[in-house]
Design a protein around this ligand. Structure first.
Ligand code: NAD
Ligand code: MG
Length: 382
């Protein structure tokens, strides 16, 4: 069982829940990192006594140094600090809970350093899944999914002795806060309405991704890389209740699923304790009380971001990096009230049409595709 964890993005939704799991399971923190919330990182440092604390923002790092002056915690900053946190010799596991493809370089560094990766930062796999999975294979690094759907797939695949027997991976999707609506009703959706949280409590970016269904598209690409599956062997089913977290269909038509309350602490904990299980803080599921479970088809016409992601999945190469870079840029504009809800899909589509795809990309190709896609979104005339 892993014991000493570095959490990249410890002040976020996944990061905070990871610390609850660590405390409940008697594990320790080697490093904690955050973007700019030095007050919360100080609080976490005083509770968990990591060896190092990293602020991405230089000004916030200076502030944290003052706040932690009475401790022996090393305060680092920027991408170099993040990479140092990802490679600390005393950590056995790195939990990647930063949002966005900023997690790519620290993840690759953690793999090179032979760490187990508890993987939440899906954007990294969407951008550079082949590079990351190849590096993990070469280094023999274990990649354990934190995303609830991928954890469910992982658990449903555990009894599988021959991957050739898998017919299909089925990702469940809550449908998001705008489920059942048509494009005309989404035209004037505001930031506030998009940030309503149906079943899960999450950071702002992934909450918008859940409203556009881009999140499911990113998860589709994530599943392709994690489980080495072609796009035609993955499907998506709407399941409003978020009780079945995903399923595997085998060649004899048996379906194996994992069920639980919508509580991220369960998949987080399993990524840290695997191959063992342990009692933990996740809420139990009461089958007498959870009500009926329903299933339906996703509406790709209304939720165009999902359709665009499926196109990128089939296209391969740097298409994932273009999709993701464009989406990160467009969601940031939406969160800043600069563009409307439906503009997100328009901007992503524009970037996908504009930026050429490179087959079998290097890290440099991925970074360039990401940048070109962001610029296409920023300078879009739409
Ligand atoms: P969040 O916005 O709540 O937290 C993000 C964390 O990353 C914070 O600690 C923040 O300080 C840090 N961060 C943000 N920008 C950064 C930057 N440029 N450089 C360095 N650090 C930065 O996000 P979240 O909801 O916790 O999601 C984190 C990741 O986990 C995302 O990739 C998301 O898709 C994935 N995920 C989240 C959930 C969920 O339930 N929240 C579920 C599955 C997967
Ligand atoms: Mg998920």
């Amino acid at each position: 069982m892993s014991k000493r964890i570095s959490i990249l993005g410890s002040t976020g939704s996944i990061g905070r829940q990871s610390l609850e799991v660590i405390a409940a399971c008697g594990m320790t923190a080697a490093a904690l990192t955050a973007h700019s919330n030095s007050r919360l990182l100080e609080e976490q440092c005083r509770q968990f006594h990591p060896e190092a604390a990293v602020m991405m923002d230089e000004g916030a790092a200076a502030d944290l140094r003052v706040r932690l002056a009475d401790t022996d915690i090393r305060v680092l900053s920027g991408m170099d600090g993040l990479i140092e946190a990802a490679t600390l010799p005393s950590a056995d596991t790195v939990l990647t809970a930063v949002v966005g493809m900023v997690g790519l370089r620290p993840t690759l560094a953690a793999i090179q350093a032979g760490k187990r990766i508890a993987f939440a930062n899906k954007e990294t796999l969407v951008c550079a899944g082949e590079l990351v999975m190849r590096a993990a294979r070469e280094q023999g690094a274990e990649i354990l999914p934190v995303d609830s759907e991928h954890s469910a797939l992982f658990q449903s695949l555990e009894g599988c002795r021959d991957r050739g027997e898998v017919k299909r991976l089925i990702l469940t999707c809550s449908g998001g806060p705008f489920y059942g609506k048509k494009a005309s009703e989404l035209q004037n959706m505001t930031r506030k309405e998009a940030l309503q949280r149906p079943n899960w409590s999450m950071g702002a970016k992934i909450t918008v991704d859940s409203a556009t269904l881009m999140n499911k598209g990113l998860e589709f690409i994530e599943a392709m890389h994690l489980y080495h599956m072609p796009p035609e062997k993955i499907s998506i089913v709407i399941h409003r209740e978020s009780i079945i977290h995903s399923l595997v269909e085998y060649c004899d038509n048996a379906m194996i699923a994992q069920l639980g309350t919508p509580d991220m602490r369960l998949p987080i904990q399993y990524a840290l304790t695997w191959p063992s299980r342990a009692p933990g803080p996740a809420r139990p599921l009461d089958l007498w009380d959870c009500g009926p479970l329903t299933f339906g088809r996703p509406d790709l016409e209304t939720f165009r971001c999902l359709d665009l992601a499926l196109k990128a999945a089939r296209r391969g190469g740097t298409a994932g990096a273009i999709l993701n870079g464009a989406n990160e840029a467009a969601v940031a504009l939406f969160l800043a009230d600069k563009i409307g809800f439906l503009d997100i899909a328009d901007r992503v589509e524009g970037a996908m049409e504009q930026v050429p795809v490179v087959e079998t990309p290097s890290l440099e190709d991925v970074l360039q595709a990401d940048q070109a896609a962001r610029e296409a979104v920023w300078h879009s005339a739409v």
